[in-house]
Each structure stands twice: as structure tokens, then as C-alpha cells.
Design a protein around this ligand. Structure first.
Ligand SMILES: Cc1ncc(C[n+]2csc(CCOP(=O)(O)OP(=O)(O)O)c2C)c(N)n1
Ligand SMILES: [Mg+2]
Length: 791
């Protein structure tokens, strides 16, 4: 394991440095660079297609003080941060000033291969900890990352020098509208998770609108009720001093009572408008006239917009005041677009300064024309001090902060005792149980997770062996009371199963965090999460989010399909195969037999660790099916991993083949056996992964376009023995489109069978008949195929 280089010295800022002055200067620089970067992308870089490039100058300006204090003063290398999506330009400007980002990249904001609109840990080059973009997800993953940090630390899996970090989210206030945030908060409370900071950029604006005044104080209560400390940063020092002056009490009350919309409007209009309202509303209040007369319009505007989230001293004090691991929420009042011409305007979310405004802004920053990208232009007088300050920033004392974790050895094969009739879900439980019996490295590093479906997805035996993970020991009371139960669920720091409440977004966020434990905490984990297949939909964006970050995990979706017969339409799934077919970063399998499953899981644990690997998805079933009597050799194993093999090879030039996936194997086998009586050369193709076949086919097409004409797709080789005009009946307990693309590979005619409508309850014979998945339906499709009638 390659650990990041240096150790951190506690307070590296040199004595005598005017810390606040440096921070304020850097704050100005970040405001400039983030706005300029967006301006450059929109107004200076050539535009070839007439499309608006965009970028968020107002959102960035809102977060500049908070991010300056965080990155240049408060954070330590072991801290991990999810930056609110629209502050991406500020983040990259910070890395630029620290020497970790290039000017060329800043000039390529939102261009192909350039800086991403929203921080991306896979696409940006400057050490992004968590990708963000889909609001709410970056916020919540910090909770799960903290849980993973605990897991790694309690088990001593990490490098020796792994220091405990804070998992920090810089949160747009509208992100708190996302329900997944509260699902995570609840889990945070249940698991006593600490070391989490959420810093809310409370500008009281979302994309479309100004946030309701009635929301005020809701957040405090909400967070406190979940056991969080709430630190509210409302008024800056200047305003606090003004409140001490004659008339100050009335001024404070006026601001406290000022509706968010009016505050925004006056912020946009400026000093004269503040004066008019204050003079009218506080007429006759002692001290107010003196206060107004003592400030010109510019000063009055500066005073009235002196919110703590833009007051470096207040922000710095607040951050430094927290020194324990209680989860903490900072509610920092800010102004969207602070310091820019559209500050406070309700429509400023996507606003970009026009060239005239930018020109005035440049002049106000004292930046000479042509020196816009220079790190210290406009700050020439203090450049040396700033250089030294930046060289000593604690956060930057280690770079890069990512770890490379050593691979965990995966045995050549995973053992499982096959029974004549067995379901893949049963097989999954037994394979894991078998692993859990031993003391291999693999057994040590697997961590399982389930959102309240541990028992019903056959994880029970594994959990009995390996225990539940929790910060606090908890005995299984039922076991202690000698109540007979198949489940023995005691919790401790040694446990290897994390039990979640029923919240599938939490499952995927936790799988995402566990799947990043290598780069984040220097310890490779092999996370396995189980979920009912239909409820993948419930956490879909979080699944996508985990894959987008290149997190490595095994998702076991079971049970699935209408095969879950008596459970009915609410629990059955048909379109999940299309979801996983399309999901980038997830190799998706649906084996029919348990020996296939064992081979796939073995490969999966290796794939989760490969440089060019990814996450793995398994769609399983509770239907017992007859297991083939065979021993998988290397060739067959390789084909299973590639996605398909001939269970019964076709004769050369065969005019018909049946291709099936998963639990419908018995129907496909029965129909095929009958067809052989009439068409002795008919083949039976077992498809273990439509996704892998499709992926490979696409890759081969790309290779050919690139001139590598000798490459052949696995599907092409498989289908080659069939006649050019042969028919292929495909059958799957899922949407038929999962397999119907196969006809495009080599031109065979496809007769696709599958489930198109909502499911319903019944038994398998009834449902397979109703949905056209039974042997008769396959035979009928084959007959039509042979008669060349389009089905
Ligand atoms: C899940 C999701 N839905 C919608 C959007 C589109 N969107 C982008 S920003 C935004 C509002 C953000 O407001 P806030 O979080 O308060 O950020 P700020 O005011 O700091 O820009 C919305 C709705 C998104 N990025 N993600
Ligand atoms: Mg906002």
C-alpha cells in the first residue's frame, strides 16, 4: 500500500503571519478566479455550437468565504469533503492556488476533457474526494464515509499513519429539500456516527426561488433532534457591533423580521434602498438616524449585508470552536452572488455577468488586463506573504491525498455444495457462508450490507458467523434469553455486516462509500449489498452516483422477476435488467445455475479490485431449478464470465436456437428438448450476462472503427455456427428488450419473449403462461420462427 507521503505538523502557519488578512486576500482571489473562469468559458473561449456554456457565478460567490476558511485554514489532509455542486469553480481555483490545478484546465471549464461543471473524483485531476452534482447525495455520503472510516480504523485495516478525519459536506441550502438527506440523518443517529460536518451555505435561495421564511428555525430543531450540534452563523462582526450601538436592537429586530425575499431584493438594489426602508420602518427609533447618517450608501450596503457566512473572522472562529467528534451542522447565512452585481436577485442562479459587468469587476479587483489568470494579480503587495501562507496550508501538506490499497487475494474457486434442485439466491447465501467459515483474506475483507432484507436475501448464515458491525457492543438479547432463533445478531466493532433501515438510497450511498475505502482510507474492502431487485428503483440515483465515482461493490438483487410469483406486482421486477444493462461501471449478471454464480462471484471479487474493473451486479431468484451435473473447466468459466455459452451447441448452419437467461432455464430446456425432435440441430444458449455481451459487442465495434478489424465479439463467435438467416427465440423473466438487440449482432431473426407489463400474483405456471414465458410460449415462438412468420 502506497501511503501518501508526509505527516502533518499541527499548526504550520508561520508565526507572525496575519492569518485573517491572508485569508481575506485569498477569499477575494477565489471570488475573482471562479467568476473569471466562468466568464472565460462563456464569453472568451470560442463557441462553436451556439449553446450556452453556463456556470454558477452566484452559487460560487456564496460559498467563497466558507471554502477559503475551510481549505486554507481548517481542513487537514485526512478530512474528506463533498463540495456543493455549483461551487466547483471555487474548488478548482483553490487547487490552482495550491499548485494542484493548471491554468490550462481552468481555461477549459466545461469543455471536453476540461474541468467538470460539478466536482468529479473520476474526471477532475485535482483530488476531488466525493463527486457531487445530483443534489443531496454528496451531502449524505459524508455520513456513510464516516462509518466506513470507523470500520477501517476499528479493524486496523488502514495504513499505520491513518489519522481520523472529518467528513465534511459543503451544502447548498436547497439540498436539504432532498429526502435522502433525512434518511441518512436517521441512520447517522441510529449508528452514533460522528466526525461529520455539514456546512450549510444558507443563502436562502434555490434555483427558482427564495426559500420560505417559515423554514427558519426548522433546521435547528431538526438537526438537534438527531443529536447534532448546530452552530448558527448569522451576523458578521460589523453588524454585531452595530447592534451594540444606539438603535442597534431595533436594527437587529428589523433584519430578523425582514422576509427573505425583501432582504434579497434590497441586497440587489443596494445602499439607497436599504436607507429608504430603514428610514421608513424605523422612523423615530432612537439611534437610527445617527446610524443612517453615519454611513454612506456603500457603507450602509456593506453593513446590511455583513452576514456571518461572509465574515472571515466569524467563520474561522466557528470552525475552530468545534474540537470533538459530535456531528455538527453549521448554518452559515450567506448571500447568493455576494460581491457580484446580481447579489440577492432571485433569478441569479444561472446568471453570468455580461462583459461590461465583468470589466467593472476586474477593475474593482485591481487586476490588470491580461493578468486575469495570475494567482496574485491585484494582490501584488502581499504576494510574498500569500505564497508563504499557501505553502504552509495544513490541508495541502499531503498531496495527493488518495491511497492505493493492496489487492486482496481471491481463491481460484469459491466452494459450494450443490444440491440437485437449488435457487441462485440459496446458492449465494451458501457461497458466502462457505467463505465466512474460513479465515481467508477474502473472508476478512468482505463487508455485507442490507436495508432490512438480510434474512430474506439469504445473508443470515454469513451474519451469524461474522456478526454485525456497530460502534457499540450489543448482545443478541434473544440469544441471551435462550429464545430459539436461526439468527444470532450480536453487534460489535468486529462485526462484518452493516444492517441498515429500509432506505435503499442509504444502501447505495453506503456501498459507494465502502467501495471507495481503498482510495479514501487506504484499506480495501469488498462490499456486498443485498436488495430486492424491484427496489433498485428506489435508490437508482444513488446507485448511479456510486458507479459514477467508480466505487467497487457487489450488488445482489434478489429475488427478481415475475418468478417471485405469489408476491405480486408490487414486488416483482421486469425493467431492472434494462437499468443494469445501461448502467455504466456495473458488470451485471443473471446466472441460471449455482455453479455459474460461484464462478461469477469469484470473478466479481477480482473485478472489484482490478484497475480497469468496476462494480458487479447479480440478479438472482428464489426459484429452485435443477442443477446441471458438470464441472466447470476454464473455457466454460471464461464463457460464463463473458456472458453466454452453448448449453446445447447448435449444429453447423442450424436454423433455430433458444437463448435464455436466469430462472426460466427449466422452460427453455423443456422447450428445447421438444424442438430437438423436429430440428435436431437447434441450439440452447445460456446467457449469463446480457450486459457483458452488449458491452463487448460495442467495444468490438469501436475497435473496428479504430481499424482493429481482427477483433471478434463473443456474441459473434457464439452465433457464428447458426445459419445466416436462423431464428433466435430469446426468453427472460424481464423486459424482452434486454435480449432482443442480439438480432443486430449477426443478423439473425429475433423472437423475443419476456415481461412487458406490471406483474401480478399467481403461481409460476399461471404467470409464465400469462406472460408468455412457459415452454408452450417458447415452442409457439419457435414454430412461428420456422414458418418465418413475424411474432
Ligand atoms: C437531484 C437534482 N435535482 C435538481 C437539480 C438542479 N439544480 C441544480 S442547483 C439547484 C438548486 C440548488 O440550490 P442550493 O442547493 O441552495 O444551491 P445554491 O443556492 O448555493 O446555488 C437545482 C434544483 C440537481 N442538480 N440535482
Ligand atoms: Mg441556496
Amino acid at each position: 500500500m502506497a501511503a501518501p507521503s508526509q505527516q502533518l505538523s499541527e499548526t504550520p502557519i508561520p508565526a507572525g503571519t496575519n492569518r485573517l488578512a491572508c485569508l481575506r486576500a485569498l477569499e477575494r482571489k477565489l471570488l475573482w478566479l471562479s467568476a473569471w473562469m466562468i466568464h472565460h468559458a462563456n464569453h472568451i473561449r470560442p463557441n462553436r455550437d451556439g449553446m450556452k456554456v453556463g456556470g454558477h457565478q452566484a452559487s460560487s460567490a456564496s460559498a467563497v468565504t466558507l471554502m477559503t476558511a475551510l481549505y486554507f485554514d481548517v481542513l487537514r489532509p485526512e478530512d474528506r469533503v463533498a463540495v456543493k455542486p455549483h461551487a466547483s469553480p471555487v474548488f478548482h481555483s483553490i487547487q490552482y492556488l495550491l499548485g494542484h490545478q493548471t491554468r490550462e484546465n481552468l481555461q477549459q471549464l466545461r469543455a471536453f476533457g476540461g474541468i467538470q461543471p460539478y466536482p468529479s473524483r473520476t474526471k477532475d485531476v485535482d483530488d476531488v474526494d466525493f463527486s457531487t452534482g445530483s443534489v443531496g447525495l454528496g451531502v449524505a455520503i459524508t455520513i456513510f464515509a464516516s462509518l466506513v472510516q470507523d470500520y477501517v480504523r476499528f479493524k486496523n485495516f488502514g495504513p499505520d499513519d491513518l489519522a481520523q478525519g472529518r467528513m465534511v459536506a459543503l451544502v447548498g441550502d436547497a439540498e436539504l429539500d432532498e429526502g435522502n438527506v433525512y434518511e441518512a440523518l436517521l441512520e447517522c443517529w441510529k449508528k452514533s456516527i460522528g466526525n461529520v460536518w455539514w456546512i450549510i451555505d444558507y443563502n436562502r435561495q434555490s434555483l427558482d426561488s427564495v426559500i420560505s421564511d417559515r423554514l427558519f428555525s426548522r433546521f435547528d430543531e431538526l438537526f438537534e433532534s438527531f443529536g447534532w450540534r448546530v452552530v448558527t452563523l448569522k451576523y458578521g462582526k460589523r453588524l454585531l457591533r452595530a447592534f451594540e450601538q444606539p438603535g442597534g436592537g431595533a436594527l437587529r429586530k428589523w433584519i430578523d423580521d425582514c422576509p427573505n425575499e425583501l432582504y434579497g431584493a434590497l441586497t440587489f438594489k443596494g445602499g439607497a434602498a436599504w436607507r429608504e426602508h430603514l428610514a421608513r420602518d424605523l422612523k423615530g427609533t432612537a439611534g437610527i438616524k445617527g446610524l443612517l447618517d453615519g454611513h454612506d450608501d456603500e457603507q450602509l450596503h456593506a453593513l446590511m449585508t455583513n452576514l456571518a457566512g461572509h465574515d472571515m473572522e466569524s467563520v474561522s472562529e466557528a470552525f475552530h470552536s468545534v474540537d470533538d467528534d459530535t456531528p455538527t451542522c453549521f448554518i452559515a447565512y450567506t448571500i447568493k452572488g455576494h460581491g457580484l452585481p446580481f447579489a440577492g436577485h432571485k433569478d441569479n442562479h444561472a446568471g453570468v455577468m455580461n462583459p461590461d459587468q465583468m470589466e467593472r469587476f476586474r477593475q474593482s479587483m485591481g487586476i490588470a488586463e491580461g493578468r486575469e489568470w495570475e494567482p496574485f494579480s491585484g494582490l501584488e503587495a502581499e504576494a510574498d506573504e500569500l505564497r508563504e501562507f499557501l505553502a504552509n496550508v495544513p490541508f495541502a501538506q499531503r498531496y495527493p491525498r488518495r491511497y492505493t490499497a493492496a489487492a486482496i487475494e481471491v481463491p481460484q474457486r469459491l466452494d459450494v455444495t450443490l444440491r440437485p434442485m437449488m435457487s441462485t439466491q440459496d446458492g449465494f447465501g451458501r457461497i458466502l457462508d462457505e467463505i465466512g467459515r474460513g479465515d481467508s483474506a477474502l473472508a476478512e475483507r468482505i463487508v455485507t450490507v442490507s436495508p432490512d432484507v438480510t434474512v430474506s436475501t439469504n445473508l443470515g448464515p454469513w451474519v451469524n458467523r461474522r456478526g454485525i458491525f456497530h460502534r457499540h457492543e450489543h448482545e443478541d438479547t434473544f440469544a441471551a434469553e435462550q429464545v430459539v432463533s436461526a439468527q444470532r445478531w450480536s453487534s460489535s466493532r468486529a462485526g462484518q455486516h452493516i444492517e441498515l433501515g429500509i432506505a435503499e438510497q442509504n444502501l447505495f450511498l453506503l456501498l459507494g462509500a465502502l467501495g471507495l475505502s481503498g482510495p479514501l482510507f487506504g484499506a480495501r474492502l469488498l462490499p456486498v449489498g443485498t436488495v430486492y431487485d424491484p427496489f433498485i428503483r428506489r435508490g437508482l440515483d444513488a446507485l448511479h452516483y456510486a458507479c459514477y465515482q467508480n466505487a467497487r461493490f457487489m450488488l445482489v438483487a434478489t429475488p427478481s422477476g415475475v418468478t417471485l410469483a405469489p408476491e405480486g406486482g408490487a414486488h416483482q421486477s421486469s425493467e431492472t435488467t434494462l437499468i443494469t444493462l445501461a448502467q455504466s461501471g456495473l458488470a451485471a449478471f443473471e446466472p441460471a445455475f449455482v455453479d455459474e454464480l460461484a464462478a461469477i462471484m469469484r470473478w466479481g471479487f477480482a473485478h472489484m479490485q482490478a484497475e480497469d474493473g468496476g462494480a458487479v451486479g447479480l440478479r438472482l431468484s428464489t426459484r429452485p431449478v435443477a442443477q446441471p451435473e458438470r464441472t466447470l473447466g476454464p473455457e466454460l468459466t471464461a464463457e460464463i464470465i463473458k456472458g453466454a455459452y452453448w448449453l446445447h451447441p447448435p449444429a453447423p448452419g442450424a436454423e433455430l436456437a433458444i437463448a435464455f437467461t436466469g430462472a426460466v432455464a427449466p422452460e427453455a430446456q423443456a422447450a428445447h428438448a421438444q424442438i430437438l425432435e423436429d430440428i435436431p440441430g437447434a441450439g440452447l444458449l445460456a446467457i449469463t450476462s446480457a450486459e457483458r455481451l452488449h458491452d463487448d459487442w460495442m467495444a468490438v465495434r469501436r475497435a473496428r472503427r479504430a481499424g482493429r478489424t481482427s477483433t471478434v465479439a463473443h456474441t459473434e463467435s457464439l452465433l457464428a455456427p447458426l445459419g445466416a438467416d436462423a431464428a433466435l427465440v430469446t426468453v427472460i423473466d424481464a423486459h424482452p428488450a434486454t435480449l432482443s438487440w442480439l438480432g443486430s449482432v449477426s443478423g439473425q431473426r429475433i423472437y423475443p419473449l419476456g415481461v412487458e407489463g406490471f406483474g401480478q400474483c399467481g403461481d409460476i405456471p399461471d404467470l409464465y403462461r400469462a406472460y408468455g414465458l412457459d415452454a408452450n410460449a417458447i415452442l409457439e415462438a419457435a414454430a412461428r420462427a420456422c414458418l418465418r412468420r413475424l411474432a
